[in-house]
Design a protein around this ligand. Structure first.
Ligand SMILES: Nc1ncnc2c1ncn2[C@@H]1O[C@H](COP(=O)(O)OP(=O)(O)OP(=O)(O)O)[C@@H](O)[C@H]1O
Ligand SMILES: [Mg+2]
Length: 356
């Protein structure tokens, strides 16, 4: 497929959504550039699907405005929005074959049969279901149904794609393959895409920018590298990264973070009686004997493959360190850990905000 000249910009402006008394989206502002791939990442129930349904027009916001390009579409019917959405639940027509499901948007437009058949086969092949065109949805696995829904969205070539966990039912291998394919396809078609997932690897690999939602509140909107290297708050810091960032409780005074009687010099200047230091396992290392920022007993040493993950007890906290795969320390051994001062973050324990 060729690059599209139908790239739309999308903007949520102070959008609120309540279901009864429950606020599902709060002060939601999100601006997506033409042709951009933005991933909405958040835990189950954080409001991701609701945001997509508001943009597609299936749900009315309780407050705020939605724009496509510069047009305020808050009150525009879904069919006039030129959006294609892949639903979390597929939403296939049960009495239509795979081919009829995929080609339906073209049929509605009145496309000639031969052209429609060619486009259907092409879209089906892109998601590896070219041999299933005559089946009915009930004769497909969940992952195959999901791919029919994807093909039906692709075939429309809209100006905005909305995808709600489109890979969640695929096995790991196919998911990896489809992820790469979607990224390639989005780049070559250049269609503005908002993609919802709770999978951080998908978010980090696919997105130009990642929007992290928690309980209906946007926590950070930034490139994957920025989210990883410069998290806005403790929530984002802990949500991204596998294994997760270590958190150590202590206090911050004049740039010194003190934990269990050990003072660690940091690059930050703030002050907090209760502070949290965050450091990723890959930014710590096991010290050679006698050296180290702090010392603790090994809780467990796990060989992951290309490295070992060594976890120590540290007061009420634990610290995990990425170590060489041949690291031989055993449970109960005392070891030193070096924490690289440039790679540590400090947060205010009272509100989780970064102290810089
Ligand atoms: N029609 C509705 N009526 C009442 N509550 C709703 C409705 N739709 C969604 N909710 C609630 O709004 C919150 C957000 O739902 P939403 O479907 O947007 O979450 P999500 O981030 O997509 O979650 P998941 O990852 O599980 O799909 C949830 O607490 C959900 O129960
Ligand atoms: Mg959802």
């Amino acid at each position: 497929m060729q690059g599209s000249d139908r790239q739309a910009a999308v903007r949520f402006e102070n959008v609120e959504k309540k279901f009864g008394d429950v606020k599902v989206l709060r002060n939601f502002d999100l601006e997506v550039q033409p042709g951009e791939f933005v991933v909405l990442l958040g835990a189950s129930g954080s409001g991701k699907t609701t945001a997509l349904r508001i943009l597609s027009g299936l749900e009315k916001p309780s407050g705020g405005q939605v724009y496509i390009d510069e047009e305020n579409v808050t009150d525009v019917l879904p069919k006039y929005r030129d959006i294609s959405m892949v639903f979390q639940s597929y939403a296939l027509y049960p009495h239509k074959t795979v081919a009829e499901n995929i080609s339906f948007p073209l049929k509605v437009r009145g496309m000639a049969k031969d052209d429609m058949d060619a486009a259907t086969l092409n879209a089906a092949k892109q998601v590896q279901i070219g041999d299933l065109l005559d089946r009915y949805p009930r004769e497909l696995s969940g992952g195959q149904r999901q791919r029919v829904a994807l093909a039906r969205a692709i075939i429309r070539q809209p100006s905005v794609f909305l995808m709600d966990e489109p890979l969640s039912n695929l096995d790991a291998k196919l998911r990896g393959h489809m992820r790469a394919h979607l990224k390639h396809m989005q780049k070559s078609m250049g269609i503005t895409t908002i993609y919802v997932t709770h999978d951080q690897i998908e978010a980090m690999t696919l997105a130009h920018r990642v929007a992290i939602l928690e309980k209906g509140v946007l926590q950070q909107l930034a490139t994957p590298a920025e989210i990883y290297n410069n998290p806005a708050n403790l929530f984002v810091a802990q949500f991204i990264g596998s294994p997760p960032m270590n958190v150590v409780h202590g206090s911050l005074n004049g740039g010194q973070f003190t934990t269990n009687g050990v003072a660690i010099q940091t690059a930050v200047t703030g002050q907090a009686d209760k502070a949290i230091m965050g450091v990723r396992p890959e930014d710590c290392s096991i010290a050679s004997s006698g050296e180290g920022t702090l010392f603790g007993k090994i809780y467990t040493n796990e060989l992951i493959g290309d490295h070992a993950l060594v976890t120590l007890d540290w007061g009420d906290d634990q610290i995990s360190v990425k170590a060489p795969k041949d690291f031989a320390g055993e449970q109960g051994d005392e070891v030193g850990v070096i924490i690289h001062p440039d790679c540590l973050f400090v947060f205010d324990e009272s509100n989780g905000q970064r102290i810089r």
